[in-house]
Ligand binder design. Sequence first.
Ligand code: 5GP
Ligand code: ZN
Length: 114
Amino acid sequence: MAEDCIFCKIIDGEIPSAKVYEDEEVYAFLDISQVTKGHTLLIPKQHSKDIYHTHPETAEKLFAKVPKIANAIKQTYAPIGLNVLNNNEEPAGQSVFHLHIHLIPRYGNEDGFN
Ligand code: 5GP
Ligand code: ZN
């Protein structure tokens, strides 16, 4: 656990979150600021600040869970599409420095995410 990392605090239950999925390696939860309904973040329990600082084994375990979470979102929210993305470093839009994957369900042009 990294000090002052909000996602480590979420994993620890120190900060509440809406859990989507959890196992020994990863944690998935709803983004507090829903870009679209069902916007989910998937994170490794092992802290690393971004993809550059992530052990390949940690990345492998994290990315391997994407289809499972994607299917859970599809079943729950019935979107017509899904974006999977990962921001690294501030210029690329990273604001929380604990590696995370966004899963953003899409509902058509009116869903407001472009
Ligand atoms: P980034 O901009 O780093 O790619 O994404 C960080 C995401 O974390 C943002 O979409 C933001 O809304 C989300 N976020 C920040 N703080 C919290 C929090 O305390 N709880 C939850 N559930 N999401 C958070
Ligand atoms: Zn962390």
